[in-house]
Design a protein around this ligand. Structure first.
Ligand SMILES: Cc1cc2nc3c(=O)[nH]c(=O)nc-3n(C[C@H](O)[C@H](O)[C@H](O)COP(=O)(O)O)c2cc1C
Length: 339
């Protein structure tokens, strides 16, 4: 799709699930896709080094059913980013995203993630190289600042430089990252959320697509954010309570939900789980992403416990999921409102 207006083109970013290491694996994304056709999904971050020097096909592996899907890259070397953006296109992704928000020490040493907010020229150079290398939309996910560079003017300088390099879509985690002294987990909780800064970005740069992220849990909150921004991105809530996604197509896209019940969603996954088992994937690598599906439902705890106690056993297969499913009663009426 051609780039137009205030978006980078490509898929709708009105509702997105955030990139999350170890969480938004292909298996989680397959579940998410049973629940919503239109949510834009993101991979875990993959570093350019891993893609170039490691097992590229393994890192980029996904199922076509997961589309629309964005590949998130970690890196800063323009030539490496360009190479990996080309790989994203070759492997069928719908977007390539650059991580400028991750505060982990491990990545800071390699000029990856949030530390790059201190180097807007470097990010602009990398983004430019990616845009030159691919027809895919190139987007950036970042914070509103880092310690030492946390003023409104610093944020505007970052967005201006990167947008001048050609990026039109900014996914903004509405808190700063503190690079010294806080763990990545604390960096998702301690620095206060400043949603108004993200709203101000959209007001100041209406030609850019601004997606807001951080601490969003309910559709009501999403609607409020959508009055001021172009899209919302949810991370932890979408992971711990995946059934939320079943409401996204009716609520934000005016389309019917693809499934009527949690049972139906899980049953639709069984052939995929079976084919992954046949490929040698352990059940527990897949089933851990299912644990939140019956969150808050009668029998939900028994479902969770049964999987936790049995999925890691040697030779565990589909029967574990099927037995766990019997522990939660299937509702007679659809669990989801019509579009
Ligand atoms: C387990 C975990 C792993 C994460 N990994 C990444 C990552 O690989 N890349 C990234 O940009 N952000 C990562 N994040 C941050 C999320 O994308 C998101 O910005 C953050 O969780 C705030 O959104 P939320 O409050 O809706 O969860 C991670 C978050 C969690 C909880």
């Amino acid at each position: 799709m051609a780039s137009s207006g205030n978006t980078s083109g490509g898929p709708s970013r009105r509702f997105c699930v955030a990139p999350m290491m170890d969480w938004t694996t292909s298996h989680y994304r397959y579940l998410a896709r049973q629940l919503s056709r239109h949510t834009l999904l993101y991979t875990e971050m993959v570093t350019t080094g891993a893609l170039i020097h490691g097992d590229t096909a393994r890192f980029l592996r996904h199922d076509e059913a997961e589309y629309p899907l964005s590949l998130q890259l970690g890196g800063s070397d323009p030539a490496e980013l360009a190479h990996c953006a080309k790989l994203a296109e070759k492997f069928g992704f719908d977007e390539v995203n650059l991580n400028v928000g991750c505060p982990s020490d491990r990545v800071q040493n390699n000029m990856i993630g949030a530390c790059l907010m201190g180097h807007p020229d470097k990010v602009a150079e990398g983004v430019h190289a990616m845009i030159e290398a691919t027809d895919l939309p190139v987007t950036v996910k970042h914070r509103i600042g880092i310690d030492g560079r946390e003023s409104w003017d610093d944020l505007c300088e970052f967005v201006e430089k990167v947008s001048e390099a050609g990026c039109r879509t900014f996914i903004v985690h509405a808190r700063i990252a503190i690079l010294e002294g806080l763990s990545p987990k604390e960096n998702r909780e301690v620095p206060p959320l400043k949603y108004d800064w993200v709203y101000r970005l959209k007001a100041k740069y209406p030609h850019l697509e601004i997606i807001i992220n951080g601490g969003i849990k309910t559709f009501e909150e999403c609607h409020e954010h959508l009055r001021h921004t172009d899209g919302v991105m949810l991370g932890r809530e979408a992971y711990h309570n995946p059934w939320l996604l079943a409401g996204v197509d009716p609520e934000f896209f005016g389309q019917a939900a693809p499934v009527q019940s949690r049972h139906q969603a899980l049953r639709a996954m069984l052939p995929f789980i079976q084919s992954e088992l046949e490929r040698g994937v352990f059940l527990t690598h897949m089933s851990r992403h299912l644990l939140g599906l019956f969150h808050g439902q009668p029998g939900g705890r028994q479902f969770r416990r049964y999987i936790s106690e049995n999925a890691h056993k040697s030779g565990a297969g589909l029967e574990v999921i099927e037995t766990a499913l019997e522990k939660v009663r299937e509702p007679a009426a659809p669990e989801i409102a019509e579009a």
